[in-house]
Design a protein around this ligand. Structure first.
Ligand code: KG4
Ligand code: ZN
Length: 337
């Protein structure tokens, strides 16, 4: 089954063709960073206008690279939420039109479910159910128990900033350009992670929730202090990163010990982080836990992961090409599951 997928939930204009939920024939993602960089973050109106300008070309590019025509596609999938409403509607309107004109089924996918299915791409053996996912991106940070393609439960989530948001804001404090996550990661590799003891959020009781705003504020106060003004930026970056990774791994280990899982996976933009990947690999190798990390191009937003989710969830996410609406606050649980 060949699925043409479209993803425009935030600031990446993406289209992909995926066979049977895992074989990526093409995946095109046009990043808009240059248009948002001078504002230090995503400007929703600019993001929607860029999607309008770029989406048809992205879809045609995805077909060309897969050497296919519209008529070869068996179904259309699109991210219908959550995300920026102005961005979502561009992708949803296009997908409805393609599905209607081509007489193909339309699947409406939750963006976060897409991230959960990223480890299924370009891999002969997908993660075995049930598995545990640490989903860390610019907009979300959560630990998810994935019991089946349509039964997923959030076990813990951030109370405030998402991990990627904490990276981007701290990178800004360090004078790094937007988006700061990859730049901070690179800077941290030249620093001493033990130089500064930034706070690790400890949840009350046995909660699996996360919090990063205290850490970000503590880095800010430190940088404004006399000691901070003289501190090596690389050491501050490495110490901040160590605190984020400690918190994420502590919560993931704790979740894993509470139930029986056949694998653990990482996903979302922050899954591309070198220190998080190293800590994740060290832990899973030590305990012989089957572990899955998508390649960086499938960690950050892309349309191939939306095609994968649509394939595995197809009986539950069929949508009407005349009436589907984008939903910026789309609930995580599938109502039909
Ligand atoms: O999944 P994604 O592309 O978009 C959302 O759905 O939010 O994630 C983007 C986030 C940004 O905050 C970016 O700074 C962060 O992922 N990110 C990283 C790295 N690469 C991307 N954060 C830390 N280290 C990285 N290597
Ligand atoms: Zn995302």
């Amino acid at each position: 089954m060949l699925i043409l997928a479209i993803e425009t939930s935030c600031d990446d204009t993406a289209a992909a063709i995926v066979r049977d939920g895992h074989d990526v024939l093409s995946s095109v993602a046009t990043n808009q960073d240059e248009f948002h960089a001078k504002y230090g973050g995503i400007v929703p109106e600019i993001a929607s206008r860029r999607h309008v300008a770029l989406l048809s070309a992205a879809v045609e590019d995805a077909l060309d690279r897969a050497t296919l025509d519209f008529g070869d596609v068996d179904a259309i999938a699109v991210t219908s939420g959550p995300g920026l409403i102005g961005s979502l509607v561009v992708g949803v309107a296009a997908a409805k039109a393609y599905a209607f004109a081509l007489h193909r089924p339309l699947y409406a996918v939750n963006h976060l479910h897409g991230h959960v299915f990223a480890p299924f791409l370009d891999r002969p053996e997908p993660p075995p159910f049930p598995f545990l996912t640490l989903l860390v991106s610019g907009g979300h940070s959560q630990i998810v128990a994935v019991e089946s393609p349509t039964r997923m439960r959030i076990l813990g989530r951030t109370h405030d900033d998402a991990a990627g948001e904490a990276y981007d804001k701290t990178a800004r404090l360090l004078g790094l350009p937007y988006p700061g996550g990859p730049a901070l990661d690179a800077m941290a590799q030249r620093g001493n992670a033990a130089a500064h003891a930034f706070p690790r959020h400890r949840p009350s009781g046995d909660s699996l929730h996360l919090s990063f705003s205290g850490l970000k504020t503590s880095v800010r106060y430190f940088l404004e202090s006399d000691a901070g003004r003289d501190a090596k930026r690389e050491d501050v970056a490495a110490s901040f990163q160590a605190a984020v990774v400690d918190v994420l791994m502590a919560r993931l280990r704790s979740a894993y010990e509470r139930a029986s899982y056949n694998a653990v996976t990482l996903s979302g933009g922050v899954a591309a982080n070198s220190a998080l990947q190293a800590a994740f690999r060290a832990w899973t190798e030590k305990h012989n836990i089957p572990a899955f990390i998508p390649p960086p191009k499938y960690c950050t937003d892309n349309a191939a992961m939306i095609a994968a989710a649509a394939y595995y969830q197809r009986d539950s996410v069929r949508a009407d090409p005349l009436t589907l609406c984008a939903d910026p606050n789309l609930a995580f649980e599938l109502s039909a599951a």
